[in-house]
Design a binder for this molecule. Sequence first.
Ligand code: HQG
Length: 177
Amino acid sequence: MSEISRRIAFLLRHRPESAGLILDANGWVPVGDLLAVLPIGRAELDEIVARDEKSRYAVERRADGTEWIRANQGHSRRVAVDLGLAPAAPPEVLFHGTPSRNRASILRDGLLPGSRHHVHLSPDVPTALVVGRRRARDVLVLRVAAAVMAAEGHVFHRSENGVWLTAAVPPRYLMPE
Ligand code: HQG
């Protein structure tokens, strides 16, 4: 993730107001507004969006010809954004990669969203390992009994870029991989 992509994620997910940006209710901001606070032009922005290895951003053109950009997921709880994602039926099992040091706390309290809107779950072990390694070398991958959770009333969403989201995962649905 380049420095400029990091900056875009920071603005679109965490602190838009730090640059005077105002997200709409669904997290979109006019492309021109974002470009006005970045040291890059439209072509470079398009390239960052297209090349992002996790498809973190979406650009949409509206009927009135205006263009908007948002982060597909990962917003801070303090940024009131409704991504408008429909509930989705998760696969039998999802995965979560976390530093091994979190093991006792997670097995006791379950997975909590921390400062984000949701707990983020991965569709496979390799992806979960990558997520966990952002934070530590020693990574624990947990299996989440997602289908059972859903059957018992927990709501799941799948973001535009394939991340599974849910409010929290109680410990009884978790098993070290
Ligand atoms: C941990 C990246 C102790 C949790 C990724 C994680 C993801 C607990 C950390 C997205 C806990 C929160 C999100 C408990 C949860 N006790 N620790 N009870 N419950 N945790 O960054 O899932 O590159 O908010 O395991 O790919 O690491 O930004 O969540 O380690 O999709 O696009 O608390 O961020 O995407 O950390 O990552 P985060 P995450 P981007």
